[in-house]
Write a protein that binds this ligand. Structure first.
Ligand code: DLL
Length: 436
């Protein structure tokens, strides 16, 4: 259901590969001519654009990295004259400096269509009222979702993130049927809806959530609290913004729009391309973008791909929910820890006892890593009953130990004491820098 461009979304894979090959060759040539960083890398590898004859040669092309965006800040990686750039977006880099990406008029059109395909696949139509509660501005979430809903012809409610009471009143007054925001903000909105007892005044039916990892358990909790069906949307500023991929109603992975992006999974250590189905780092090549194309861009997202045909009829390959990043992986006392693993443990504890708000605090004292997790108690569980609190802390500690293989100190903290986020939640505070 909900095809926006059926011919492309259901194109036989053979044809799709042929299209990718043609577009890849043209993009490599364009980048070689216009982007100094890419030209230098190709020259260093002893490659000329004509050596790349199709997708079978892609593995020979050098990678590109987030660091390149810092080194060529702000416009050094753009492949078109700046007068053709009609929009820029920015996102935080791993150090203080922002990374900047740009779009031509045609880039914006293809972006809108990609987001529209995701929304269409989830069942959004021109009769929907789409409340865009992603932040507008440099972050790609707000304007990206806006463009997709506009493309479909839905009524866009461009509220942006924040002011939670107003968000809920707007949902009620304007009859919002679709909500777009981060899953952590959806959860917070759900909590507030519950607290205010207004769920039956909402008309929400679909949620389009993304921009951060979230679990199946979290999906179910959001669906329950807001009375909608929740869909995952993936993307990153460097490659497009939201809409690189998204779920259809089968909810068995996110379709990557392969007419615009070539996706690979590599071993993050060796850079070798891994066979389909294996887990590794996602790498994207944008084969149609003009202003800011990326070639073999290392996303640091850890994921696997499924090329099997999908029941929905779409032929585009599916990626599973990214379950961590090579760079948000914490190494605590020598053990690799993903925040998503901690979330999984916490979500198994009853919602009557804790809320999904938590914070991981890592530090180093006397040359040893400390590992603390603050978890918010629910209003219902919050009490002076120290015994009950200690018992639950012990249970979570035990569950975490068996999941991670190391011990964390779990502290149940007062309801609403962890600062809420209107965008991406800040789950990890790592104070170890310089304390080796
Ligand atoms: O987060 C774009 C976006 C906006 C996607 C709205 C979906 C919805 P950045 O700020 O550049 O762009 O962050 C990109 O966020 O590399 C992933 O690590 C993470 N991410 C994005 N979507 C998902 C998702 C936007 N659905 C980085 N599941 C990416 C897990 C996600 N992680």
């Amino acid at each position: 259901m909900g095809f926006i461009n059926k011919e492309i979304e259901c194109m036989p894979r053979e044809e799709l590969k042929k299209l990718q090959s043609e577009r890849l060759c043209a993009q490599i040539k364009r980048c070689y001519e216009n982007v100094e960083c890419f030209r230098n890398r190709m020259d260093e590898a002893g490659l000329k654009p004509e050596d790349i004859r199709g997708i079978e040669d892609l593995h020979r092309v050098p990678f590109s990295y987030k660091k390149d965006l810092r080194d060529y800040y702000p416009y050094g990686l753009f492949a078109t004259p700046l007068k053709d750039v009609v929009r820029v977006h920015a996102s935080s880099g791993t150090t203080g400096k922002r990374i900047v990406v740009g779009y031509t008029r045609d880039d914006l059109k293809l972006w809108d269509e990609c987001v529209a395909r995701v929304m269409g696949a989830a069942g959004v139509t021109d009769e929907d009222f789409v409340q865009v509660s992603f932040g507008y501005g440099f972050f790609t979430g707000g304007l990206g979702a806006h463009g997709g809903a506009d493309y479909i012809g839905s009524t866009v409610i461009p509220i942006s993130s924040g002011n939670t009471a107003n968000q809920i009143q707007t949902m009620i007054d304007f009859g919002s049927t679709v909500l777009c925001c981060t899953p952590s903000y959806a959860m917070y909105l759900g909590e507030e809806v519950e607290r205010l007892g207004v769920k039956d005044q909402l008309k929400l039916r679909i949620g389009i959530f993304g921009a951060e990892p979230w679990s199946e358990d979290m999906r179910h909790k959001i669906e329950e609290k807001l009375g909608l069906k929740a869909y995952d949307i993936y993307g990153l500023s460097e490659v497009l913004g939201p809409g690189v991929s998204g779920e259809c109603t089968e909810q068995a992975g996110m379709h990557v729009w392969e007419d615009h992006f070539i996706v690979e999974i590599i071993d993050p250590e060796t850079g070798e391309v891994l066979p389909e189905g294996e887990t590794g780092e996602l790498v994207f090549t944008s084969i149609t973008k003009e202003a800011f194309p990326v070639i073999r861009y290392r996303t640091r997202d850890i994921c696997s791909l499924n090329p099997e045909p999908c029941k929905c009829g779409r032929t585009h390959i599916r990626m599973n929910k990214p379950n961590g990043r090579t760079d948000d992986m914490l190494i605590i006392r020598g053990v690799n820890v993903f925040p998503s693993q901690i979330e999984e443990v916490l979500l198994k504890v009853s919602g009557d006892q804790i809320t999904p708000n938590y914070q991981i605090i890592v530090d180093r004292v006397n040359n040893t890593d400390t590992f603390d997790i603050n978890v918010e108690m629910s209003e219902a569980f919050f009490s002076d009953n120290i015994k009950a609190i200690e018992k639950l802390e012990k249970r979570i500690t035990d569950d975490l130990r068996s999941m991670l293989g190391i011990s964390a100190k779990v502290h149940l903290v007062n309801p609403k004491s962890i600062v809420r986020s209107e965008g991406k939640a800040k789950r990890v505070i790592d104070n170890r820098a310089g304390k080796i």
